[in-house]
Ligand binder design. Structure first.
Ligand code: NAD
Length: 455
């Protein structure tokens, strides 16, 4: 039987094959995890100084190769160049941030309840962390999983998305960690499932359906698992907002990187008198979006799914306010699109489509806007546009989203704070910041009592 190959193609030029590698299969995953388990003890024993220095060197290497890495991101996943450079800079910053973590306290000292002695808590790594990543942030997501896992002394086996294979392989090469401490194993569903079956802690980012299956499999084995899934993110615009600024932010959140961020805006909710001016400003802002902001979508299937959803929504009575056509050009481009009057139960209003398409809704007041925004299980990020601090605070109290961004696009993440969704958009502990260091360690309580009588 011929070997199955994993391929990734340039979304802007589908004839350009970026990489082809043989699919390793489940047995190779188990072997890589076994080698990682054997290497983990020395990595932990090398100490905080060695781990800190190693992670710092990765930050340096990423920075030294910034232009090469950004060009690879552009070529492999179609990210516009400025965003690709931004992702590389963020990748270096994340390695540098977690390079400090090995020196941080790993527990606390407590008094015993009675008598002499010491009680300690101490956080220890699990062993081998299995990381499963999507393609849309091909360096930053693998990094925000791998860096904290490695900092606290785990070995890592990362399975990137097939569409981002070349980026992940290059990252592992540049990392230059001791053998088997950081392994990138290309693959698809078979390798991902085998990884979940063999590691000691699992971190997954990707679509909701796959994530739920990963959570079930890891939970069945009794290993800790976190999963960050799709989002159906809303932008709420109040009548007192700076409408031009809000439209600019929302257009960027709809069309930036062709809407392929988990935090992209796909529902715009205009409150009361904001509707008319916002509609006008948003249509203008979307029409002004160019290739520097909105590149191609990842592949032909994604483009078909998006254009099919728009046609079906129009068939069901939706009105196209902006875009809606497929540009006549090579590459998997879709016009930034805004629709109104999409029936409430149409998939475009209920599911994540992962493209530069949004639906405009009207709400009579803040209550109705919050109810609309909360009417989804995929609650990752919501933006609120208003000049009123009271409204901003009220919305922040009542919105179910994991991330609430006031007068900012729904897309955008600060890597040193906890990141994740609410309700069905997230499972388990948060990613990034200190939360990630907690996730990749388990706490032990140590009691040290005097051995030979009273102290
Ligand atoms: P995907 O779910 O198709 O794939 C994600 C990863 O899971 C890939 O590495 C894939 O090979 C692997 N996989 C597939 N089947 C598997 C299985 N049965 N067992 C184990 N692993 C398996 O997602 P994608 O298309 O790569 O990425 C886009 C999705 O990711 C969108 O839904 C987006 O919202 C989501 N995303 C979420 C966040 C977040 O932090 N919430 C961030 C980025 C992307």
């Amino acid at each position: 039987m011929p070997a199955v190959t994993i391929t990734s193609y340039n979304p802007a030029d589908p004839d350009d094959l970026v990489v082809a590698v043989e699919e390793p299969g489940a047995e190779a995953v188990r072997a890589a995890v076994g080698r990682a388990r054997a290497a983990q003890g020395d990595w932990l024993a090398a100490g905080a100084g060695a781990r800190s220095a190693a992670l710092g060197r990765i930050a340096d290497a990423v920075e030294a190769h910034a232009h090469e890495l950004a060009a690879l991101i552009v070529r492999e996943v179609g990210k516009p160049s400025a965003e690709a450079l931004g992702e590389v800079a963020r990748t270096a910053a994340i390695w540098r941030y977690y390079a400090q973590a090995p020196y941080a306290p790993s527990g606390a000292v407590h008094e015993t309840a009675a008598g002499p002695g010491l009680l300690l808590t101490r956080r220890r790594p699990y062993g081998v962390a299995g990381l499963i990543a999507p393609w849309n942030f091909p360096l930053a997501i693998p990094t925000w999983k791998a860096a904290p896992a490695l900092a606290v002394g785990n070995a890592v086996v990362l399975k990137p998305a097939p569409e981002a294979t070349a980026c992940a392989l290059r990252l592992a090469e540049l990392a230059g960690l001791p053998e088997d401490v950081f392994t990138v194993l290309p693959g698809g569903a078979e390798e991902g499932a085998a990884l979940v079956e063999s590691v000691d802690v699992v971190s997954f980012t990707g679509s909701t359906g796959v994530g739920r299956a990963v959570v079930r499999a890891a939970t069945e084995r009794g290993v800790p698992v976190q999963a960050e899934l799709g989002g159906l993110n809303a932008a709420l615009v109040l009548p007192d907002a700076d409408i031009a600024q809000a439209a600019g932010h929302i257009a960027a959140a709809i069309a930036g990187y062709a809407g392929q961020k988990c935090t992209a805006t796909s529902r715009v909710i205009a409150v009361g008198a904001a509707y008319e001016p916002l509609r006008e400003a948003l249509v203008k802002a979307l029409a002004a979006v160019d290739d520097a902001v909105c590149g191609p979508v990842i592949n032909a299937a994604a483009r078909e799914r998006l254009t099919g959803a728009v046609s079906s929504a129009v068939g069901a009575g939706a009105v196209v306010l902006a875009g809606g056509r497929v540009p006549e050009r090579a590459g998997w481009y879709v016009e930034p699109t805004l629709l109104a009057e999409v029936p409430a139960e149409h998939p475009l209003a209920r599911e994540e489509f992962f493209g530069p398409i949004a639906v405009l809704h009207a709400a009579a007041d803040l209550d109705e806007a919050v109810a609309l925004a909360n009417d989804t299980p995929h609650s990752l990020s919501t933006s609120v546009h208003t000049r009123s601090l009271d409204v901003a605070l009220a919305a922040a109290d009542r919105l179910d989203a994991g991330m609430i961004r006031v007068n900012a696009p729904s897309s955008g993440v600060d890597f040193h704070l906890p990141f994740g969704g609410a309700k069905g958009a997230s499972h388990g502990e948060r990613e990034q910041g200190q939360a990630a260091l907690d996730f990749y360690t388990v706490s032990r309580t140590v009691s040290v009592l005097p051995g030979g009588g009273a102290l």
